[in-house]
Design a protein around this ligand. Sequence first.
Ligand code: 0A1
Ligand code: ZN
Length: 881
Amino acid sequence: MRAEDTPLIRLEDYRPSDWLIDTVDLDISLAPQQTRVRALLGLRPNPAGRPGAPLILDGDELALSAIKLDGAALDASAFTAGPQSLTVHAPPQRGFTLTIETVLDPSANTKLMGLYRSSRVYCTQCEADGFRRITYFLDRPDVMSVYTVRLEAAKAEAPVLLSNGNRVATGEVPGSDRHFAVWHDPHPKPAYLFALVGGALDHVRADYVTADGQQVELAVYVEPGKAGRAGWALDSLVRCMRWDERVFGRNYDLDVFNVVAVSDFNMGAMENKGLNIFNDKYVLADPQTATDGDYASIEAIIAHEYFHNWTGNRITCRDWFQLCLKEGLTVFRDQEFSADERSRPVKRISDVRTLRATQFSEDAGPLAHPVRPRAYKEINNFYTPTVYEKGAEVIRMLKVLIGADAFKRGMDLYFERCDGTAATIEEFLACFAETSGKDLSDFARWYEQAGTPTIVASGRYDARAKRYTLDLAQTTPPTPGQTTKQPVVLPVALGLVGKGGDLPLTTGSAAYAGDGLIVLDQPSLSVVFSNVAEAPIPSLLRGFSAPVRLELDLSDADLLRLFSADSDSFNRWQALQSVATRALVAAGRPGTDPATLLAKANEIAGALDRFLREQGLADPAFAAQVLRLPAPADIAREIGGDVDPDAIYGAHRSLSGAIGQVLEATLVGLRDTLATKAAYAPDAASAGRRALRNEALGLIAIATPEMGARLVEQQFSSADNLTDRLAALAAMTLIPGEARERLIERFAALYADEPLVLDKWLMAQALIAETDTLDRVKRLMQHKAFSLGNPNRVRALIGGFAANLTQFNRADGAGYEFVADMVIALDRTNPQVASRLLGSFKSWKMLEPARKDLARASLALVARTPGLSRDVADIAERALA
Ligand code: 0A1
Ligand code: ZN
C-alpha cells in the first residue's frame, strides 16, 4: 500500500447509513485455527438513507462460507463477496435477515485486531474497525444493534466464556467435550464495542449495589495463578463506580461487569460493553511486580474504561471524526477521579508534564491535527495525545469558562438528551450553550484548529495611580493544512501576588469574568487593575487553565518569589520549572558560557534547599515534582529549531549535577527521614514519600556517583517492593561501569519469570544516554525476555530506545536506521504497533540540519518500502510532508 493510493475519508462527506442492523445473533464456535462464525443480522432500510441503495457490508481479510437471505440460500448472482466487502446487489426494500458464515484462524491473527489468541486465551479487539475481521458488517459507530451471542468451545481449553451484557444460558454440547454460553446485551451498541473472551482464566470477584439499588457482579479475570495480583484493579473498579455515581450521577446498567487481562494487546485497554479487555500491564499489581506508578495507572485506566460506559457506550460517536467526544471527555473524567483519590495539584502537574511531552510535541510537528480531525486515511492513527489529552483540556476549559454549576447541568442534559444515540461534538456543545446561556461558537474552534497557541503577556505597574496593566496577546503557529489561524477562547486564571500574598483584583474590564479569570478571546487585549497597592508579580494560567505556551518576561528573582509565595501550587511548581527551562535553553544553544549555567544552578539549588528543608516533608509527592527538572526533550521542544540533542543533554546533566552537589546533605538527610520500616502500601501518601526519596537518589547519582552507587546498592538490597528496586536500577543506569552491569544482571535474575517487570528492565537500558546503547538494544533483542510479537516488549525496548533523545538522534543516523528497520519488520505482522513506533519521528523537523537529513532519509526508506500497511504508509507520508 502506498499512502497516495489510499482514499481520504472526510468529515464533510458523512452521510447516514442506507441500512440499519437492529439485531445481531452470533453463533461462534471457537477453535484455535478454525473458528466458525455464524451471524444472523436483522436488517432494514434506514429512513434517513437513500432508498433502493445496495447493501455493502465491510470486511477485512474475510472468507465467506455461506450466505442466506431470510433463511434461503442466495443465488450467486445476487451478491459479490471478497476479502474486504460483501455486496447484496438488490436487497428487498423492507426488513429482512441475512445469515453470514465465515471461518477465522485466531492463532494466525498477529495484527491483534478482530478475534485472536493471546497466551491461549481467545479475545477480541474491535475498535476502531476490527469487527469486520470477524464477520461482514456495517462497521460504523452509528449502526447500533442488540446482540445475542452464543459461544462454544472445548471445555478444557476455554472453561470461561464471556461476552457483552448478561449471561442468559450455559450448557454442555451433548456427545462432545464442548460447552456453550449465551450472552445477551440489551443495550444497542455499535460493532466496535462487541467483545468475547474464552480461555482458562482465574478471577477475583465482588458484589456491588448501585446507588439505584441494582445488584452487579464484578469480576476481574487473569491468567491462571495471577489472581493474587487482581485485587487492586477490582478495588479501583469499586471506587470509580461509586465516584461516578456521586460526581456525575451515573449508575451502572447491567447485572455483570467483567474485566479481563490479556498479555498481547495493541493499546492500554478497551471499553467493550460490560466486558472491558485490558493489556495485563494495566491490571496486574502486587508490591513485588508493580511500581507506585503502575498502581496509579491501573486505577486511572480501570476508571477510564469504566467511565466509557456512559461517555462512549450509552452515548457513542456518530462517526470516527467525533472520537474526542468520547475520549477527551473520558480522559477528563478519569483525571478528575484520580485528582479526587490522590492529590489534585500533583495530579495536575503530572498530567501537564504528559500533555507537554506528548501533545505539545505532536502539535509542533508534521503530525499535528485538530482535536476533531477533518480527514483521515487510517483512523487507528488518530488515537493520539491530541484527541485524548488535548481533548480533555478542552473540556476542562469549558468547565472553567461556564462555571462548575452550568457544566454539571450541561453534563446532565447531555446524558439525558443523547442517551442511546451516536452523537456529535455539536450536540455535546449545544447542551452547555443551553445550560450556561453562552454562545459557544467561538469556543468550538478548539476542536477545529490544530497547534499550540502562545500567549505573550507583559505587565506594567503605575505606582502613582496604583494601576496595574496586563497586556495579553495570542498567536497560533501554522500547522499542516492550516496556514492561517484564528484566535481561540482562552481562560487565563490569574492572581497578582504582592508581598503578603494575593492582592485583591478590581477592574472594569469586560474581559474579566470575576474570580481571578480573564477570558482572552481576541488577538490581544489589556486589562487594567485599579487600587493595586504595590507592584505585583503576575501569576498567570493558574492550574494550567489553558493548554498553551506562555511567554511572560519575569525575572528569575520574580519567578523564585512565585515559587515560594504563590497561592497556586501548580504555578509554584511552574515557576521553578521556568527558571530551570530558561537556563537550559540558553545552555543548550551553542556558544554559551558554562559558568552562567553553574551560577544559575546555585540559585536554583538555594531555592530548592530552603523549600526542601521547610516543606519537603509536608507534601513529599509535590516536593518530588518540584525536584524533577524539565526533561531534555522539554528543552528541545522549547528551543524548537536547529536542535542539538547532545548539547541539551550535556547542559541538563551539568545543571542536575551542580544542583545535586549543593543539595547533597539535604538530599541524604531527607532520604533518611523519609525511610520507613513499614511494609509497602500503595496509597498516595506512601507513594509520595518513595517518589521524593527516589528523586533525591537520582540527583545524588548524577552529582556524586560513588555515593550514588553505594546508596543504590543499599536500596536495592533492602527494598521490599519494586518501586524502590526499579528506582535504584534507574539511578544506576546514570553511572557507567561494572557495578551497573552487575546490578542489571541481578535485577534480571530476580525477575526472570516476570515479563512485565522485565519490560521495565529493558526500557531502563534502552534509555541509557550513551553511545553503546544501540548495540545493547540489539543484543537485548536476542534475550529470552524479548519478543517482536508482543507489543509490550516492543514498546519497552524499541519504543524506549526511540524515546532516548540522544541515542535515537545519534549524529551518525544509526538510531533512525535501526528504528526504521524495526518499523518495516513489525509492519509485516502488526501494523498498529509499527505505525505507533514510526510516530517517534514526529519531532524530526526541529533538529539541526545534519540530523534532519538523516532522519528524513530513514523516513523516506520506510515510505518507499513495498507492501506497507495503510497505518505505516499514512504516518510516513504525513511525517515527510
Ligand atoms: N477506546 C480505547 C482505546 C483503544 C483504541 C483502539 C484499540 O485498538 C487496538 C484499543 C483500545 C480507550 O480509550 O481506552
Ligand atoms: Zn478511552
